[in-house]
Structure formats: C-alpha cells, structure tokens
Design a protein around this ligand. Sequence first.
Ligand SMILES: Cc1cc2nc3c(=O)[nH]c(=O)nc-3n(C[C@H](O)[C@H](O)[C@H](O)COP(=O)(O)OP(=O)(O)OC[C@H]3O[C@@H](n4cnc5c(N)ncnc54)[C@H](O)[C@@H]3O)c2cc1C
Length: 344
Amino acid sequence: MKIEENRSLKSFNTFGMDARAKYFSEIRSVEEFRELAGDSRFPDEKKLILGGGSNVLLTGDFDGWVVKNAIPGVTVVSETENKVIVKAGAGEDWHALVMWCIEKNYGGLENLSLIPGLTGAAPIQNIGAYGAEQKDVFYELEAVEIRSCEAVKFSARDCVFGYRDSVFKNKFKGQYLITSVSFKLAKLSSPKTSYRFRTEYGDLRRILDEMKVQALSLKAVSDAICQIRRAKLPDPKELGNAGSFFKNPSISQAQFQALASKYPKMPHYPQPEGTVKVPAGWLIETCGWKGKTVGRAGSHKTQALVLVNYGGAIAQEILELSGAISRSVKEKFAIELSPEVNIV
Ligand SMILES: Cc1cc2nc3c(=O)[nH]c(=O)nc-3n(C[C@H](O)[C@H](O)[C@H](O)COP(=O)(O)OP(=O)(O)OC[C@H]3O[C@@H](n4cnc5c(N)ncnc54)[C@H](O)[C@@H]3O)c2cc1C
C-alpha cells in the first residue's frame, strides 16, 4: 500500500487521456482506505474514486488524491431454494463477475455481459444494456463516506436508481466510496425456479436464432450479446472511448408527434411516465456525424453515439466534438443532449 505522486492516469482511463494525479493509491480493503485517508497530506485534498476508468473523461491533471478501487472478493452470502445473494468487492471486474454467475447458473446479470469497468461503478450510473439494468437484481451496497470514513449500507431505494442515474451522480456525488455490491439472483439449477430470459431487445433474438440456440441458457444469451457488442462497439484497448458519450433523451408527447410527422422512421420508445425516449445515436447519425472525425477525435463508424480518440487526442478535442454534436442535434431537433460520461 503506497501513495504515488504525479502518477500518469493514461492506463487507468479507457479514453486514454494522459492526465496525471497529484497523489495516487490503489486500495484493496476498507482498512487500507481508512489508513491512507488519515495521511496528513490528504484531509484537504480533492478526492476521485476510479474503477476501470471506462466512464470518465479526464479533462486535465487531477490536483488531489486518486483512489483506484481494487477491493476483491466474490461470495455467496445467503441462499434459498431458488434465490441467491452474491456479494462482490467493488474492485472485481464486472464482466468476470457476470461470467462467474453464469458458470454457477445464477440468472440476472447475463444481459449486462461485456460492459467494461468494475463492480463498484455498476450502481453509479445503474448500468444497463439489452433490456436490463443492474437495478433489476440489485440487493444492497456497502460504502464508506469519504469525509468521515464511516461505513454505510444503501438499499435499492436509498440509491434512487434511474436511467443511467443514481443518488451517487446527484445528491451524493463524490461523497462515497462504494466497497461492495450485492445482487439477488435466480438459481436456475433449482426446479422451483421459473426464469424469464430477456431476449426481446434489439438484434438479440435474431442472433440467438442465427446461433441456432435450441434451449435458452444464461450462456447462450451472454454469448449472443458478446457477439453483438464485439461487432458494434470499438474495443477501448484498440481505440480510446468511454462507450455511449450521451444519454438517450426523453421528449414530451407533443414534441415527439411534431418530429414523427417530419421523420416517420425515427425510432422511439414510449416511457411509463408518458414521455418518449429517442436514441441519441439516431439523432447524431441523422445530423451526419456518424464516422466523422475532427482532428484526432471522432464519432465511431458503426456506433455514432460513441466518441473515440483516434490517437493522441486531448480532452479538449473530445469536448469540442461533443459540443459541436450537441449543437447540431439542438438545431435540427430542438433536443438537448446530456453526457452519460463523467467529465472530471
Ligand atoms: C466500450 C464501452 C461500452 C460500454 N457499454 C456500456 C453499456 O452497455 N451500458 C452502460 O451502462 N455502460 C456502458 N459503458 C460505460 C461503463 O462501462 C460503465 O459506466 C461502467 O460501470 C464504468 O465502470 P468503471 O469501473 O470503469 O467506472 P469509472 O469510469 O472508473 O468511474 C465512473 C464513475 O463512477 C465513480 N466510481 C467508480 N467506482 C466507484 C466506487 N467504487 N465508489 C464510488 N464511486 C465510484 C467514478 O468516480 C466516476 O464518477 C461502456 C463503456 C465502454 C468503454
């Protein structure tokens, strides 16, 4: 356990931004965090918790203490005949956790296969994909308040999960270090379990048919999703990116009707509260940005919503591109895009 000074964060963020941290430590337990937080250099320093760095855009050097979460451990904490509570350390790789659950035949996380990052960040933006969100099976999380180092538990209700949103992006932004997350999963090995696979979303059903899957299984659903994601999304190891740069906006019924008469092919998803969600990728593509590059940054050629670093781009270039995209979408559709990525 050590404190490094002036540490490059380039390998700790998937956008590949070459920012530096004034202080940097990797922590493997709550005790290590508490011990370091008590260091005389830290009380007044700004603090940034980093997981896999796959949902951040570092806009410059971080003038404070960067804590890289590496708290390990996956355990079954309790089980009944057909349910199991799995608790994972915040530093566990998310996809590895999903694979572990699939191997054990625990259902609930398979649609979230291959999402980059660590488990501790999953509740922060309530990660979601292919018709599922982590909140669907979230049980509780453990955290430490950064200022007081006090341990606290959060229930699903406390987390106020929303679409790519939670209390940790709002009221409690930057105030807690999440140390573990527990999920309540279905035991598919039990004859008492009736399980509904979620295969309605996007191309999933078609790919499962192409794969000639006879009987659905957690692994088959996960394999199909991995196949779609690998074909569609740039691998951050090859091309710096942080996934979807913007959230999908929701608009009023009235605005939707007006736009739909002009753009009858506009994809749309009515929401329970009466608004209509429109894919940001479609809006960006319709504005002509798909595959466009501006200097060393660009909108990806197969997924317009993903902004990429083609090599050596600085955060300012990504921000200028995202600003230009937002302005065109605003001009053409009168829709305001908001970033999904955390701008630090
Ligand atoms: C190619 C690609 C595809 C993606 N696809 C999806 C997708 O399908 N669905 C989706 O929802 N997301 C997706 N993402 C975004 C990203 O993978 C998720 O948001 C992921 O949960 C981020 O995890 P991380 O560990 O990398 O978090 P980081 O980027 O390190 O951190 C994200 C935010 O959470 C905070 N944070 C991280 N860990 C903790 C902790 N333990 N305690 C307190 N705060 C913490 C950070 O301070 C930061 O504000 C994608 C990203 C990429 C690059």
